[in-house]
Design a protein around this ligand. Structure first.
Ligand SMILES: [Zn+2]
Length: 231
């Protein structure tokens, strides 16, 4: 039996995983691939196996702004769980990766009944609500240095590895900051020996030290994701 890396799929009872498996298609995710477009019907629900995707809100004046980050603990298609066929937000892949995808019509059949997938998806929506609330609090109240550390730590957890291959501009887009400000703070972390930077990736060498200098938001949000896994 295939064991999924996506923690939501991995949390399903074996009977329902066996039922769901033939309906899932394993796909590669390309950088900048759009998984959901605002005001457009959702075609697939994606369960991310590897990689990062951003949930973005946008205005005409300011362009896209990251309001959520998805990875191996995540799924798309939340409007379908809530009985809506269109997404209000954009979901776009940030790093290459892999996912299982489920046709929207098949997903709706699971979400209409009291299935384990529906119960898990509802709990996941609750986690995303808590995450969004703390994101708003953190961006309004906490220093830039803490926010950069928080973003890096969440990306590490969602990727399940120590290398994060995104640009400083991408991180800035999530934090509502200017790119030079992100670069300055990443450079400070590099000088302190906590991270190193390659051409396109940031590698974290000392997660413990990174956690010591982050605000409370990371621990609070991450505890919610962990609870999903533990039931
Ligand atoms: Zn914070």
């Amino acid at each position: 039996m295939i064991i999924p890396r996506n923690l939501l799929l991995a949390s399903l009872p074996t009977t329902e995983w066996i039922e769901l498996q033939p309906l899932l298609e394993h796909v590669q995710l390309r950088k900048r691939q759009v998984l959901e477009e605002p005001r457009t019907g959702i075609q697939y629900v994606y369960f991310i196996e590897h990689g990062l995707a951003a949930v973005q809100a946008r205005t005409q004046a300011e362009g896209p702004h990251g309001v959520g980050l998805l990875g191996r603990f995540s799924m798309t298609g939340l409007p379908l769980v809530l009985g809506t066929e269109r997404s209000p937000l954009r979901v776009v892949v940030q790093t290459g990766g892999e996912a299982y995808r489920l046709k929207a019509s098949d997903a709706e059949a699971f979400f209409k009944h009291d299935t384990a997938l529906r119960r898990l998806a509802l709990r996941y929506i609750q986690v995303r609500m808590v995450h969004a609330a703390h994101l708003a609090l953190c961006n309004a109240r906490h220093p830039v240095e803490h926010r950069v550390r928080r973003w890096l730590l969440l990306a590490l957890e969602l990727l399940g590895e120590d290398e994060i291959c995104v640009s400083h501009a991408t991180i800035a887009g999530h934090l509502g900051m200017r790119r030079p400000s992100v670069s300055e703070h990443v450079k400070r972390l590099e000088k302190a020996g906590l991270v190193s930077q390659g051409v396109a990736c940031i590698t974290v060498h000392n997660r413990t030290e990174l956690e010591l200098g982050v605000c409370e938001c990371h621990r609070l949000v991450w505890a919610e994701y962990r609870r999903l896994q533990n039931g």
